[in-house]
Design a protein around this ligand. Structure first.
Ligand SMILES: *[C@@H]1O[C@H](CO)[C@@H](O)[C@H](O)[C@H]1NC(C)=O
Ligand SMILES: *[C@@H]1O[C@H](CO)[C@@H](O)[C@H](O)[C@H]1NC(C)=O
Ligand SMILES: *[C@@H]1O[C@H](CO)[C@@H](O)[C@H](O)[C@H]1NC(C)=O
Ligand SMILES: *[C@@H]1O[C@H](CO)[C@@H](O)[C@H](O)[C@H]1NC(C)=O
Ligand SMILES: *[C@@H]1O[C@H](CO)[C@@H](O)[C@H](O)[C@H]1NC(C)=O
Ligand SMILES: *[C@@H]1O[C@H](CO)[C@@H](O)[C@H](O)[C@H]1NC(C)=O
Length: 482
């Protein structure tokens, strides 16, 4: 304590540092105990431990008996220090990491080598329960919250999930981002809004129904579909809060096949994964809602043959997953067994946006892309230009519930630079379909992005393509012969 040698208080502090610290520690502990007593009665929260209890158990209730009074409702939202957020690079969002941490997070970080990083807006998070029951490992979920009503919905949904799913409680950590001008509502005046039946005793196993109920009650006008959703910000938040060696990056409605965390863990312990700049693609199929989740790769292929399943986004944006080459995938290593490499992705991939697992040193998602369009493919392009290879794994896969058609979603219209220049002069408005206009806007951002990337790397697009095709053809040959 050099800074403090003269006056009496300093000398006192110096001599009694230990005693003073102990005093404060005791004070904090007593306070915690009191707080716990106050908040935890009458039902004390019972967490299922130890770690080994992580297992698929769909009907598992952490505490069936917990019932909520209007006092609980008033306690929502719980204390969050809205002033203690972190800004993103362009001061658009405030970010609050670790709003809730999975109760076994620390152990999971020690035990697992792959973490699932996912994100979604409030209206889409119901699938996180199924994701956690399938994945069976650590999950980092980033949720974008626009209004205090959405924040309350997230809280109520979280309470429901914690009541109903041990796996969710143990493995899912939640991070939140809000617009920079977000107006928190820390003491809801109108608590009667939260006392509606039956949010506190809604039966378990119905997260979608429960979420719809909350949405109907608290957001009767629905979520503004035209509002921009910062996908890439959310992806980066989820990625950076997964601190395992490898990260599987998905959207919240992508459901991995059961036990994927351990299957990938095993793969990463095998010699074929030893490659520092490899991203391992997990094929995603859309599956008819009435079908049962496929138990094996063979069953998934049967579904595909009978029209119940198909390449993800086939009818919406064919290019997105085209390069994965599904027809190749269905012909390799169909039998069940350890995860292995099926084949290498064709180097001529264009607008490729697969879901993959990799080390998180792979380039970040560019946060200039907001809303739909080019959010993932721009990142994949940057990875490719900086030397990353994409390899498809088998017999692992993931699914998306429901066959998607272009009625609700439109693929972006690819334009020439001249057309883009014209659109730029007219401003960024391209019609009534928000997804379409966001796509068109992002296509302009994408043009700049590509030019910048090539300048930064001092390569021409044509030269890069040629070189990378030659290199990757060679890699393909080696892969086949080796
Ligand atoms: C699921 O959890 C319940 C409640 O703890 C338990 O009784 C049941 O045996 C579990 N089922 C499996 C398959 O582990
Ligand atoms: C649940 O609550 C009922 C009535 O309050 C009580 O009789 C029962 O023992 C409780 N069950 C558990 C598992 O705590
Ligand atoms: C709560 O209600 C009181 C009285 O109606 C009002 O004065 C106050 O501004 C309200 N507070 C908030 C946070 O809306
Ligand atoms: C999950 O996969 C691991 C590694 O293959 C295996 O040892 C384990 O038994 C599997 N667990 C379940 C529940 O399938
Ligand atoms: C898939 O791979 C097969 C075999 O190499 C090839 O003939 C076919 O053109 C590929 N398809 C796509 C979409 O890349
Ligand atoms: C960029 O590449 C060109 C052609 O390969 C080369 O002539 C030029 O010196 C490079 N510029 C820099 C800054 O490296």
């Amino acid at each position: 304590m050099r800074w403090c040698t003269s006056n009496f208080i300093c000398r006192f502090l110096h001599r009694h540092t230990l005693a003073i610290s102990a005093f404060f520690i005791i004070l904090v502990c007593v306070n915690q105990v009191l707080h716990f007593k106050r908040s935890a009665s009458p039902t004390c929260y019972q967490i299922v431990s130890p770690f080994i209890s992580i297992q698929s158990n769909h009907t598992h209730n952490v505490n069936n008996n917990r019932s909520f009074s209007s006092n609980d409702a008033k306690a929502i939202p719980p204390a969050i220090h809205w002033s203690q957020g972190r800004l993103d690079n362009r001061r658009m969002l405030k970010i609050y990491e670790w709003v809730w941490a999975g109760s076994l997070w620390e152990e999971l970080m020690n035990r697992f080598n792959v973490c699932l990083a996912t994100q979604g807006s409030i209206d889409r998070i119901a699938s996180i329960g199924e994701v956690s029951e399938k994945w069976l490992g650590p999950i980092s979920l980033a949720v974008y919250i626009r209004t205090s009503d959405e924040w309350i919905i997230l809280n109520l949904f979280n309470i429901y999930m914690q009541r109903c799913s041990a796996l969710f409680t143990q493995t899912v950590s939640i991070h939140v981002a809000v617009p920079v001008n977000y107006e928190p509502m820390n003491s809801p005046n109108d608590s009667s809004r939260f006392e509606f039946s039956p949010w506190y005793d809604h039966p378990c196993g119905q997260p979608s129904e429960f979420l719809s109920l909350l949405m109907k009650k608290l957001l009767p006008d629905g979520i503004d579909q035209g509002a921009l959703y910062p996908q890439n910000h959310m992806r980066n938040i989820a990625r950076k809060t997964c601190t395992t060696s490898w990260v599987f990056m998905t959207d919240v409605d992508i459901i991995p096949r059961p036990n994927s965390s351990l299957l990938l863990q095993e793969f990463y312990e095998s010699p074929s994964s030893k490659c520092s700049k490899c991203a391992f693609v997990i094929p995603v199929y859309e599956l008819e809602r009435s079908a049962r989740y496929p138990e094996t790769k063979r069953q998934l292929i049967d579904y595909a043959n009978s029209g119940l399943a198909r390449q993800f986004h086939l009818k919406i944006y064919r290019f997105g997953h085209w390069a994965t080459n599904y027809s190749m995938w269905v012909s390799t290593y169909i039998e069940e067994g350890p995860v292995q490499i099926s084949h290498m992705v064709d180097p001529r991939m264009n607008h490729y946006e697969p879901f993959y697992v990799s080390s998180d040193v792979i380039p970040a998602h560019d946060e200039r892309f907001i809303g739909y369009g080019f959010t993932r493919s721009s990142q994949v392009l940057e990875a490719r230009v900086t030397g990353w290879k994409f390899l498809v794994l088998t017999p692992i896969f993931a699914i998306h519930w429901g066959l998607q058609t272009p009625q609700s979603l439109r693929q972006p219209i690819l334009r020439t630079p001249q057309q883009i220049a014209q659109i730029r002069m007219r401003g960024y408005s391209f019609g009534a379909n928000p997804r379409k206009s966001q796509n068109s806007h992002n296509h302009i951002v994408y043009t700049d992005f590509v030019a910048e990337l090539m300048a930064k790397k001092n390569i021409s697009v044509a030269r890069h393509r040629k070189k990378s095709i030659q290199q990757q053809r060679k890699d393909l040959r080696n892969l086949r012969t080796g």
